[in-house]
Design a binder for this molecule. Sequence first.
Ligand code: CP
Length: 321
Amino acid sequence: MKQFISVNDVSNINSIVAKALAYKANPFVDKHLGAGRRIGLLFLNPSLRTRLSTQVAASNLGMEAIVFNVDKEGWALEFEEGAIMSGNTVEHIKDAAPILGKYFDILAIRTFPSLKNKEDDYSELYIHQFIKYAGVPVVSLESATLHPLQSLTDIITIQENSKLKIQNSKPKIVLTWAPHVKPLPQCVANSFAQWINAWGEADFVITHPHDYELDKRFTQGATITHTQEEALKNADYVYVKNWSTFNDYGKVYENDPSWMLTNEKLQITNNAKVMHCLPVRRNIELSDEILDSPNSLVTQQASNRVWAAQAVLSEILNSNK
Ligand code: CP
């Protein structure tokens, strides 16, 4: 694996899931694989799970991980080619990234979208500029439009839980929009849709209010309905996530609280397991009664972030010996 910025960098989803689960069973089996190698974790936005799980994963592989909160501690970076830097940006990515590529064997980067300009966000300029100029493998810790480490974790978690059920058919997985207090990126939803569609081992339904359509490039292959109740019928997994509008970009049109998942709604599912990437706004996106119930997979999901990161870093280390 040369880089990890989307599902397209993975040759076989089930193989990398199996690798992650093998690391979960035996975290230190490859404790020397990363010896003498260093990963830089660059954050342009806050993080709890991604930052710490990737550090733990690197440590399990014997790598040194150095975290740099670029947004708070670094010079303001310019990403546009040919920019006349008379504004707030201090250092061009053309100058910064090659240096980072000398300090680190792998660069892992978290950026977020502006949610102001769809073309800019969906061009993934930031992460592509790091790839162009760093000269070392780049891992996405969430980009402007995708969150692949989260999605790999989600499939790991679904596979773990599906083994516990007697299943004759594909699980029914529902991605449902949920209310929130502010506009959020589409990354987690886009990425989850992209991975579940690429995986191909689920009956996949997406439900959201009118006007919250996602980019068709990621949702193609899923059934889409604006009726949450219809979507939830017989669901085995319900993935709850808010996102802002894609077409009229980055807006919140309504925050209809009736879209929040409740125990009453779970009654029409197949005793579904409930997923969320976290952080979650309790009793806005998801009710206490669900988050604190045995149906909730959120802690298991977040803990699996370590094994997803470890599997990805291991693939990259093995490909770049
Ligand atoms: N799910 C996730 O990426 O969490 P953090 O933003 O805390 O890293």
